[in-house]
Design a protein around this ligand. Structure first.
Ligand SMILES: Cc1ncc(COP(=O)(O)O)c(C=O)c1O
Length: 416
């Protein structure tokens, strides 16, 4: 009932089906269940990821390098696939950095961002030769010290907290006071104090926010990013007498999860980027220009599948109780940053064409009212053993969920 038929149609059209069963990577759900030895599981369709990257690179200006933010989905086989699709990785921890390195991605194509990097993280990043996106004056001092102790030079880019914000964003990460990055007005002082014998200043990282479906807002943030970059590059030239070779303009491309949300207008963003590249030709010549995306590349290529293990009626409301829930898919339960919980697109994966419909609440096995898979949805009548499939689940799923909560069985993941 609350389900957006538009979003459901978008989700379903990406996947095929045999009669009434969903197929992922040429395998019906019941075969995938056998491959992973039972529900619940996440399954990701490699072809959908490849299609998504191709569509994006065909649309964006060729000067833009696409980097994948591993935090969106760190499954090793998926990250390995990404080495053939994108030109670099963004990592948010030492573990992600080691994963990125082991795929064979060259160190100069890996960036390491995040507030609160430990001395161990910093040392490892310098040894690996990746680019540290430094987030404070204190962190720069720690990087200089570690580089000195290792007798190595550290590659850094200054992560900037610009004055502007990315409007209508699911998660705003710039503008005002933020724990992320260095306020733009502090940059001159930071540059003056840089110890360039320990540090190779590659450039800047300006990441304004995440999960944005408003092309106009992204375009406006990118326009301001390029203007700010002009100022920052002028400061570098004036203070350090050097040039940068690296500008990460952030990302923020969102995917539609809920009723009445529409896909992002990539063409509008690409057209605006073309204009910006012309306008800022001198700035961008010789620069590696990076767009850093996580969920946009993988979210729509993944589904979460659990099984109905009980069906009951409580005072007139039908419940499907499943073997999977918020401990595997926190975001779908509404507890990963949403203010008001809404349903992700959901189907009964083996009854896509079921005639008899019923209004149900779908819940997980945890003893908490927060464990919701879908609320008040009209679906084909389901019975024990049927598959409940949640779409748009390829990003911030398994790795962003409290998997040990209530010591329930772990979830399987498979890339097909
Ligand atoms: C620095 C940085 N890069 C990339 C991302 C990925 O964002 P998304 O998956 O929405 O593209 C985030 C998300 O918080 C981030 O903080």
């Amino acid at each position: 009932m609350n389900l957006s038929t538009k979003n459901l149609a978008t989700s379903l059209k990406d996947y095929s089906s045999s009669s009434s069963e969903l197929i992922v990577g040429n395998h019906p759900l019941n075969h995938i269940e056998k491959l992973v030895s039972g529900t619940p599981f996440y399954v990701y369709d490699r072809q959908l990821i490849i299609n998504r990257v191709k569509q994006l690179t065909n649309t964006l200006p060729s000067e833009i390098s696409l980097h994948y933010a591993i935090k969106a989905n760190p499954l090793p086989s998926l990250v390995q696939l990404m080495t053939t699709q994108v030109s670099g990785f963004d990592v948010a921890s030492k573990k992600e950095m080691l994963l990125a390195m082991q795929t064979g991605m060259p160190a100069e194509k890996i960036s390491f961002a995040g507030p609160g990097k430990t001395a161990e993280d910093i040392e490892a990043a310098i040894i690996a030769g990746v680019t540290l996106h430094v987030e404070s004056a204190g962190e720069i001092a720690r990087v200089e010290l570690a580089a000195n102790q290792l007798s190595l030079k550290a590659n850094i880019a200054l992560r900037i907290n610009p004055k502007f914000e990315l409007k209508s964003s699911g998660m705003k990460m710039s503008g005002g006071s933020k724990p992320f990055g260095i306020d733009e007005e502090q940059v001159a002082e930071i540059l003056t104090n840089l110890n360039l014998s320990q540090i190779n200043l590659r450039g800047f990282h300006i990441f304004a926010g995440s999960q944005n479906l408003n092309a106009e807002a992204i375009i406006s943030a990118q326009q301001q990013t390029f203007m700010l970059a002009e100022e920052l590059v002028a400061l570098v030239s004036e203070i350090t007498k050097s040039k940068i070779d690296y500008l990460n303009i952030g990302g923020g491309f969102g995917v539609p999860y809920f009723a009445n949300e529409a896909s992002l207008d990539i063409e509008a963003i690409a057209n605006s980027l073309q204009i910006l590249l012309k306008k800022h030709k001198t700035l961008v010549t010789g620069l590696e220009l990076i767009l850093e995306l996580g969920r946009y590349l993988v979210a729509e290529a993944g589904i979460y599948v659990s099984k109905v293990i009980d069906k009951k009626v409580s005072r007139g409301t039908n419940y499907l109780v499943c073997d999977g829930g918020l401990h595997h898919h926190l975001a779908n339960s509404g507890n990963f940053g949403q203010v008001i919980r809404k349903n992700y697109p959901v189907v009964i994966g083996n009854k896509l064409k079921g005639d008899v419909q019923e209004l149900v609440n779908i819940v997980g096995p945890l003893c908490t009212p927060l464990d919701i898979l879908a609320d008040k949805v009209m679906l084909p009548e389901a019975t024990m053993g049927d598959y409940v499939v949640i779409f748009q689940s390829g990003a911030y799923g398994a790795s962003a969920s409290p998997k040990d909560f209530l010591s329930q069985p772990q979830v399987s993941e498979l890339l097909l």
